[in-house]
Design a protein around this ligand. Structure first.
Ligand code: MG
Length: 215
């Protein structure tokens, strides 16, 4: 899929400043916790026993997960209706605000288009009032496009290894960091710390980003 050209163009990038390109789910937002609360409203439970999403939804007491189509419907509905269940990742707003005093910040999320309004509102409410790019598919091309607009250094933060690999392939000069806010997902998530530094704590991540951007 192509990056959303209009979102990318709408971002105002300081041509001199360093740039922080940051994901939302499991980075700024506690996605799994929020999604678990949301599906609980419909009588289901989310079991975090593998690194998957709608394959982890069960009827209480059952061992077979909910069929994938029903799971996908809940997943899609969550992006439209689940904002109240979604909590920010601890320390994220403070860390980003601090970085934003010296760097540009762009939020690059793969939320579905029907979640744009809710997602934008949620981000503002929780102190993440930065330009928002709704992406679809691999994030490398979008991240490369954003980073190309500044002479400063850029970093990219995401929970998903394929997205980190995509950015490494499209724009190897962007330093990648992997962050996973959910403690239950941390041991399950595919990771490659030799290529993309893995830091699951925002205070620590902020320090590492500062060292990368401002050294
Ligand atoms: Mg994510």
């Amino acid at each position: 899929m192509e990056p959303r050209f209009s979102d990318l163009q709408a971002c105002i990038i300081d041509p001199e400043a360093p740039l922080v390109i940051v994901d939302v789910d499991e980075v700024l937002a506690q996605f799994m916790r929020g999604f678990g609360t949301f599906v609980g409203r419909f009588g289901y439970e989310l079991r975090v026993d593998r690194f998957a999403l709608f394959q982890n939804i069960y009827r209480p007491g059952e061992t077979e997960h909910l069929d994938l189509i029903a799971g996908k419907v809940l997943f899609d509905d969550f992006f439209r209706d689940g904002a109240d269940d979604l909590l920010p990742a601890e320390g994220a707003a403070h860390a980003l605000a601090d970085l934003a005093s010296r760097a540009g910040v762009v939020i690059l999320t793969n939320a579905p288009e029907h979640g744009r309004l809710a997602r934008g509102q949620w981000l503002k409410t929780h102190g993440f009032d930065y330009p928002l790019v709704i992406n679809s598919g691999p994030k490398g091309p979008s991240a490369a496009q954003l980073a190309s607009r500044t002479a400063g250094r850029s970093v990219f933060i995401d929970d998903l290894l394929p997205q980190l690999e995509s950015v490494a392939a499209s724009a190897p000069d962007i330093t990648r960091f992997q962050m996973i806010s959910d403690e239950r997902l941390r041991p399950l998530a595919p990771t490659a710390p030799e290529r993309h530094v893995r830091i699951d704590d925002w205070a620590e991540l902020r320090t590492a980003i500062e060292a990368q951007l401002f050294a």
